[in-house]
Each structure stands twice: as structure tokens, then as C-alpha cells.
Design a protein around this ligand. Sequence first.
Ligand SMILES: Nc1nc2c(c(=O)[nH]1)N=C([C@H](O)[C@H](O)COP(=O)(O)OP(=O)(O)OP(=O)(O)O)CN2
Ligand SMILES: [Zn+2]
Length: 145
Amino acid sequence: MIQQIYPQVFHNFRYELNKDMQIAAAHFIPHEAAGKCANMHGHTYFVNITVAGDELDESGFLINFQQLKKIVHGKLDHTLMNDHTDLFSNARAEDFPTTEVVARKIAEIVQAQLDTMPNRPTCVQVFVRESPTSYVVYRPKAGNR
Ligand SMILES: Nc1nc2c(c(=O)[nH]1)N=C([C@H](O)[C@H](O)COP(=O)(O)OP(=O)(O)OP(=O)(O)O)CN2
Ligand SMILES: [Zn+2]
């Protein structure tokens, strides 16, 4: 079980849900500035996804927790991040699989799913802990949907 206090995100929506998941994955950062992290290595990423909205779906959900897990954990768990060429690139820094970019890509995956739902919830925050001492918080700009 994951037990952690996460940073709060300000919003005016009536409902907010949070889904935790652990993703075991390998990556490498294809840049000399990454030092030893330019070599392939693995992490157990601790991910927290925050979704908010004013309306629920016909099940009384903002989004089913299981569906959230499936679209993120189901895609990335036990994979090499760099292999996901639909998400990451070894040529563009904006798309290297850094913690920052992993958090942004998870937000984009989630928002793409949310955009198909009639109740139109919003992904307001993605927290990604890559190691015991390093984490990133990504908050999509309002209106980027
Ligand atoms: N801003 C970023 N800096 C670094 C990233 C990153 O994604 N964003 N990534 C790495 C490496 O991938 C590495 O896996 C993590 O680095 P680091 O926190 O240094 O890991 P340590 O366990 O060695 O940390 P200690 O606190 O020294 O134990 C590097 N930088
Ligand atoms: Zn790493």
C-alpha cells in the first residue's frame, strides 16, 4: 500500500479523486548531462494522479479508478520507457523520459481519456516519484485540453 502526503493543487471543481500506482520500468536519459543515468537502469515509480470535475458519469464516478490504472500502469509497467516512441524520443529533450516528461506524458494520456467522457473531468496534477529522494509534480495549464 502506498501511503504518502502529496502536494495539494488548487482548483474550483466540486469533486477531486486521486489514484496511486507503482510502475516498475527502465529508462535511460540520452544526454551526457545525465551522467550515470545515461545508462539504462530501472525504477519503481510512485505515481499519484489527480482528476477533478463538477459532474459524475452514469456510475457516479469522475472516472473509474480501474480505468485510470489500466491506461497508465497497463501501458508503462515492466517496459523500457524509451521504447514508447509514441510518447518519448531519444532525439528531443522535451521528450526524453526524464521524471518531468514522464509526469507530463502521464497527464496527457489521462487527459486524452477524460476528453472522451461526457462528464469531461480534468487531470489537474500528476506526481511522479522516481527515487526515494527525487520527485516531480506536473500541473497542466488550465485550458490546455
Ligand atoms: N531534473 C532531473 N534530474 C535528473 C533526472 C530527472 O529525471 N530529472 N533523472 C536522473 C536519473 O534518471 C536518476 O535515476 C535519478 O537521479 P538521482 O535523484 O540523482 O538518483 P539517486 O538515487 O542517485 O539520488 P541520491 O539522492 O543521490 O541518492 C538524474 N537527474
Ligand atoms: Zn532514472
